[in-house]
Write a protein that binds this ligand. Sequence first.
Ligand code: FEO
Length: 377
Amino acid sequence: MFPLTNGVSYNSYLINDEKTALLDTVDAAITAEYMENITYALNGRELDYLVINHMEPDHCANIEEILRRYPGVSVIGNAKTLQFFNQYYSMDISENFLEVKEGEEISLGKHVLRFYMAPMVHWPEVMVTYEVTQGILFSADAFGAFGALAGNIFADEVEYDSYYLDEARRYYTNIVGRYGNQVQALFKKLDGLKINMICSLHGHIWRGDMISYILNKYDIWSRYLPEKKGVVIAYASMYGNTENAVNALASKLAQRGVKDMRMYDVSKTHPSYIISDIFKYSNVVFASPTYNLHLYFPMDSLIRELSVLNISNRKVSLIGNHTWSSAALKVMTEMVNNMKNMEIVGTPIDIKSSLKEDREHELDALADAIYKSLSDD
Ligand code: FEO
């Protein structure tokens, strides 16, 4: 579903205490390497517990194999976990399954695992495991990121802001984006817990100052607030005329002092990147032609997906284009008006085939309105 040009990591954690506990498994793509690692890390010991924080197959593909190798292992999850396991796989794990409820604890010796349910972050069975003694949160997919690791496993060991953050945002907004309220509910549940480390199922481990860094990002993203003022221009163009208009608009915005704009042709860039930047910035311009008496479908799909992801609190400007029957602007206006707390900035422009010089003043007025909106609180 998502381009992974820099890969992705599948993280699984082993606690070697008086009892041994494995927290989640990994994707089927790396079974052989994973089993070799587990065997090495256990160094001949038995596996006592397997905690399933999340039942999505990118983490569960090796549960059956773990059970085949360690038949005495207790598999920890909640009622929904077992239901989903039985939907995906065929091994009977009922004898091994140990159901836990909110706040229950299991001692491994020095370490104690406490379980908190985190429904719909981003699946219904999701739970997080808090290791009480050292204050380690095993957070399932939460606080994860696209991008494979390159040796360093801690976020403070890499240039996170400049190199990894965009992929962490693309991961969050596309995968968890719809469930901002549930992320906020998890924050409330964890409030007051001493958290020294966050171990997600994807990406780097968070510790030290990087914990407040990622918690702050998640707070902003899950409340659908922009991280910064700026403009994303998402356009479609059949013959280059709509593209020409948005290039002119971007130049006019730049002349007024707007910096750091992002421009995407929706026919060419995967929507996950555009969605991520629309979550990042305060303003967005949608510009699209009419096609078959409807809004051009890649633009329709982008705006529909943004709506499903519950994007809100953005300032939106609209440009349509048509030759004989106008539909794009009408459909875009309806879709944006159906989203929560979206403000239409400037007067929408409906181009007829190409933007002529006698209508340039409309583009100037739109640039003025967008520029002004960027200085408003
Ligand atoms: Fe990484 Fe929701 O699975």
